[in-house]
Design a binder for this molecule. Structure first.
Ligand SMILES: C[S@@+](CC[C@H](N)C(=O)[O-])C[C@H]1O[C@@H](n2cnc3c(N)ncnc32)[C@H](O)[C@@H]1O
Ligand SMILES: [Zn+2]
Length: 192
């Protein structure tokens, strides 16, 4: 799928002269999360997801020692070639949790990943985006348990994985879905 906002030239909403926009603290959803300190307007590019850029196979090797039931990583898929490991040289972006009713989304621009507000976010609100982690044909039967979501939204679908595909419709709809950034990466070991 083509990346969102390709070719745009927006600046990150950070300046050393302004009070910080976000902070990392404990989250009721999971571990640490990222929270707004000031009102963040819809469309604001909040932070870049940075870290070591590695191949998928290097990411699999790096985390293959982890249990298949442990879904926790700081990996983010850029494309078929590259994964960003926010656990190495990463910033606050790596602590943004998944939410099924998100206030942010990821955007890919020139193979860099940014987190942007998709609605106005009030001070104190936790930032989240929909990880939409890819499903695979060889997923174990308990894959939705392994990737269980605890976002607490009324519309929570119970899983950080992308929704199951519904059976194909007889007639193809016209037009294309809007392009989006990619979702966080899964380790191969988590699929076994
Ligand atoms: C990039 S980390 C996010 C920061 C994490 N809370 C931490 O303290 O390290 C992604 C991991 O956080 C956990 N996580 C994020 N959102 C979640 C949610 N809505 N429900 C359950 N676990 C979540 C999962 O273990 C996921 O693999
Ligand atoms: Zn949820």
């Amino acid at each position: 799928m083509p990346p969102r906002n390709q070719g745009s030239n927006r600046r990150l909403n950070t300046s050393p002269r302004r009070a910080p926009l976000i902070e990392v603290r404990h989250s009721a959803v999971h571990g640490f999360g990222v929270f707004a300190l000031r009102r963040i307007r819809k469309g604001t590019r909040i932070i870049e997801y940075v870290g070591e850029r590695i191949s998928h196979s290097a990411a699999d090797e790096r985390y293959e020692h982890k249990s298949a039931d442990d879904n926790h990583t700081f990996l983010f898929t850029v494309d078929a070639r590259t994964v960003i490991d926010g656990g190495v040289g990463g910033n606050e972006a790596r602590y943004i949790n998944h939410g099924c009713d998100p206030n942010c989304e990821s955007a890919l621009e020139r193979r860099r990943v940014y987190v942007e507000a998709i609605r106005t976010i009030e001070p104190g609100e936790e930032l989240c985006y929909d990880y939409q982690i890819q499903r695979d044909a060889d997923d174990p039967p308990n894959v939705d348990e392994v990737f269980a979501c605890r976002c607490g939204a009324l519309s929570c679908r119970g899983s950080m994985l992308e929704p199951r595909k519904s059976p194909p419709k007889r007639r193809l709809a016209r037009g294309k879905a809007p392009a989006r950034g990619k979702s966080p990466a899964r380790r191969k070991s988590a699929r076994r």
